[in-house]
Structures are given as structure tokens and as C-alpha cells.
Design a protein around this ligand. Structure first.
Ligand code: PLP
Length: 432
């Protein structure tokens, strides 16, 4: 029995699963299997012909992973999802699914470093050009568009600048041309709903808030089911022309009986089939466990982060706090438009004492973990100038928003008094 609701709190616990049909088990079982016995030859043929959906082989689909996919799609307000082995795989597949060598993508410059590398180097080597534009002016996306532009790409809440992306403005430009906006919502699950603002595809690194406990690398693509691929055959040939890799299937036609999910079915049946990157059923289970408490955790994450941002803003050791509720003008207006219920749990701040103070700050922390991750239940800190951004020259660091004294915090679920007490230790050391 499907639970009829739009509330993420309920969907996070119920979407996609009730109980195991044979044992009654309530927790989603880990189907640790590679393959699945077909009922008969007709059943097998139907599965391969996509006349019927069901597990064939765990590289392409698995029942545990399937619950994760259904739950993610429900929470996000999308039509269907594809879980992958990492967020990197999700970003790559999201573009490779509709863009080929000779095509291009227009992307925001404000990206996670790994995504930037994927776009600027690996996809480029594969003949796919990514054109980077400044997202502060949405019109930059239109200016960079040509006949071979297949998608727009951006992150909702990119760090280190933490300036929220103008989702509906860029989505509206794209929709006129038949270009979908793909949004990486990793840093803002629950508090931002990109499909409500016209995004067509959402990608996640589930490694972060969705899994929530720093235990499993994972990624996902969610298809909004809200984009009319068929209306733009010249713009979107991958979904509108016969696909030789699946016996000449025209995806928008073949998938019609299953719903508006041609994009995600193609990603599963071609890219996942050919390139792998399937999550292990165990990691899918861990991610599902995390998602069950996602809404509750996000509430505490953002409440703690707001208190930390306010605390830091009052400190003489701190020259600047970078947090959406501390922004003004256009950046603040966008944060208020696209984030609901809080401003996220990532905070940047600049120490008066520059890089040396940044190092001393990090070394003095006792409770915060010093790691290159975000979105863990535990509080995390890093000094980007000497770690994640150390390969960039100072000029490139500054362009990406990383000053020598910039520190990034990912605020966790501990008691706020303990978080502030640990930060106090760091600030004392930064002063020295
Ligand atoms: N997108 C964002 C915003 C990220 O922060 C990360 C990882 O830090 C990724 C994508 C890549 O995800 P993963 O590490 O799961 O491959």
C-alpha cells in the first residue's frame, strides 16, 4: 500500500517499501545478489525489451537500491531516480546521457572541485566541451548557448562562496531552447526543491547529508519527469533518434508507457550497463538508513549552523562570515527565494591572521574532524588554501572565493554549546 503524501518526513520513512512479501521484514533487506531468476522465457524477454520493469542483474538494478531510488524520487518530487556508486558518477552520467562528442554544456563556475576537474579535463578529453559562466547573471547562460548546447549545470549552494544559484531564472532560459537545467543539490537537500523552480534533473552526492553518517560513498540522479524532451528533437537527439546501443530504440517513444522517465531509463539501460558505477546493495542500505532521519537532521544542522554563523560574526578574530543569512542584496534575495527552513550547514569565514591563523585554528580544534568532506552528522573543518585548493595559484584561489585565511565548516548535530566551545579553542589559537 503506497502512502499518499507529499511530506518529506513521511516519504523518507515509507516511500518505496512497506514490508518484505515473504518474511514481513520491515527494514529494507539487503539483497546481496548479482542476478535474478527469470520466471520463464517470456518474463526474461519482457524485461530485456522494457515491456516490464524488474531486476535483471545488479549492475543495472537491485531491489535494495530500487527502494532507495523510489524514496529519493518521492522526497525530491521527481518521477524516478537512478542510484550510482558516487556523486562523481552522477554528475558525469547526468551529462553523458544527453551530450556526445562535439556537443557542449553551459555550467556555472561555482562548482565542487571534483566536478570542475571532471568538466574541464575528463569530459573535454572525451570531446564534450563545458563552457563555464558566472552565475550571478543568469543571462550568461543564454550568451554561451549555441545549437550544440545540450544542458545547463549548476549547484544550488556551492561552496566556498555559498551564493545560491538562480534556479528559476536559468531554468526558464533553458526551457525556451529545449535545454534542461541539471542541479547538484548535494548541499541543500530538503531545504531546497529545485524541481519546484523549473530544474529538470537533480543530482546528489548521497555521500553527504543523505547518507549523513560519513559511512558510504554514493550518488544519484533524479529525473523530474517535467521536461518535454520530445518537443525539441533537434536539440535532444540522444532521446529522440534511434539508439544503436539498444536495438534502435527511440527513448521518448519506447518509454512513454512507463511514464515521463525516458531520460533516467536511458541512463540506466545504456550508461550504467556500459560503464558500471552501480552502488553495492549494502551502501544503498546505509544510504536508506540515513535518509530515514534526513529531515530531522537537516533541521538540527541548519539551526546549529545559524548559531555558529552568528557567533563567528561577533568575533574580533574573524574578518568575514560567509553564510547565506549573512549576505545582502541579490545573494541574500536568492537565498531567501530558494532555501526554505534554513540556510544550510556550510559556513565559510575569514580569519584576520591569514593562512598562518587558519592553520593554527584547525590544529587547535579537538571535537571538529579535520577532513575533506561535508554533510556528516559530526562537525567538520578544513583550511582550503593549504588543502583542497592548494594546487591552485593564489589568484585562482581568490577567484574561487578562497582567501588565505578562509576556513570551511560543515556544522554537525552535536550540542551547540560543545560546537561553540571547540570553535573557541580554535579562535584562541588563531589569535596567538
Ligand atoms: N557534488 C558536490 C557538491 C560535492 O561536494 C561532492 C563531493 O564532495 C560531489 C558532488 C562528489 O561526490 P562523491 O564524493 O560522492 O563522488
Amino acid at each position: 500500500m503506497a502512502i499518499e503524501t507529499k511530506h518529506a518526513e513521511t516519504l523518507a520513512l515509507h516511500a518505496g517499501w512497506r514490508a518484505d512479501k515473504s518474511t514481513g521484514a520491515v527494514a529494507v533487506p539487503i539483497y546481496q545478489t548479482t542476478s535474478y531468476q527469470f520466471r520463464d522465457t517470456e518474463h526474461a524477454a519482457n524485461l530485456f525489451a522494457l515491456k516490464e520493469l524488474g531486476p535483471i542483474y545488479t549492475r543495472i538494478g537491485n531491489p535494495t537500491t530500487g527502494v532507495l531510488e523510489e524514496r529519493l524520487a518521492a522526497i525530491e518530487g521527481g518521477a524516478a531516480a537512478l542510484a550510482l556508486s558516487s556523486g562523481q558518477a552522477a554528475s558525469a552520467f547526468a551529462l553523458q546521457n544527453i551530450a556526445r562528442a562535439g556537443d557542449n554544456i553551459v555550467s556555472s563556475t561555482d562548482l565542487y572541485g571534483g566536478t570542475w576537474n571532471l568538466f574541464a579535463n575528463t569530459l573535454k578529453d572525451q570531446g564534450l566541451e563545458v563552457r563555464f559562466v558566472d552565475p550571478s547573471d543568469p543571462e550568461n547562460f543564454r550568451r554561451a548557448t549555441d545549437d550544440r548546447t545540450r544542458a545547463y549545470y549548476a549547484e544550488t549552494l556551492p561552496n566556498p562562496k555559498l551564493q545560491v544559484f538562480p534556479i528559476s531564472e536559468v531554468a526558464a532560459i533553458g526551457r525556451k531552447y529545449g535545454i534542461p537545467l541539471i542541479i547538484d543539490n548535494t548541499a541543500a537537500p530538503i531545504i531546497s526543491r529545485p524541481f519546484d523552480h523549473g530544474a529538470a534533473i537533480v543530482v546528489y552526492s548521497t555521500t553527504k547529508y543523505l547518507g549523513g553518517h560519513g559511512a558510504a560513498i554514493g550518488g544519484a540522479i533524479v529525473d523530474g519527469g517535467n521536461f518535454d524532451w520530445e518537443k525539441f528533437p533537434a536539440r535532444q537527439p540522444a532521446l529522440n533518434t534511434p539508439d544503436p546501443s539498444y536495438h534502435g530504440t527511440v527513448w521518448v517513444e519506447a518509454v512513454k508507457p512507463l511514464g515521463p522517465i525516458a531520460y533516467i531509463i536511458k541512463a540506466r539501460t545504456t550508461l550504467l550497463r556500459d560503464l558500471g558505477s552501480a552502488p553495492s546493495p549494502f551502501n544503498a542500505f546505509l544510504t536508506l538508513q540515513g535518509i530515514e532521519t534526513l529531515t530531522l537532521r537537516m533541521e538540527r544542522h541548519v539551526a546549529n549552523a545559524q548559531k555558529v554563523a552568528d557567533f563567528l560574526a561577533e568575533r574580533s578574530e574573524v574578518s568575514k562570515v560567509i553564510y547565506p543569512s549573512h549576505q545582502t542584496g541579490q545573494a541574500r534575495a536568492r537565498a531567501d527565494k530558494y532555501l526554505k527552513g534554513g540556510y544550510g550547514a556550510l559556513i565559510g569565514f575569514e580569519l584576520e591572521g591569514g593562512a598562518a591563523a587558519g592553520r593554527r585554528f584547525i590544529d587547535a580544534l579537538e571535537m571538529f574532524y579535520h577532513v575533506a568532506n561535508i554533510g556528516d552528522a559530526r562537525s567538520l573543518a578544513i583550511h582550503p588554501a593549504t588543502t583542497t585548493h592548494s594546487q591552485l595559484g593564489e589568484e585562482a584561489q581568490l577567484a574561487s572565493g578562497v582567501t588565505p585565511g578562509y576556513v570551511r565548516l560543515s556544522i554537525g548535530l552535536e550540542h551547540i554549546d560543545d560546537i561553540l566551545a571547540d570553535l573557541e579553542k580554535g579562535l584562541k589559537a588563531a589569535r596567538a
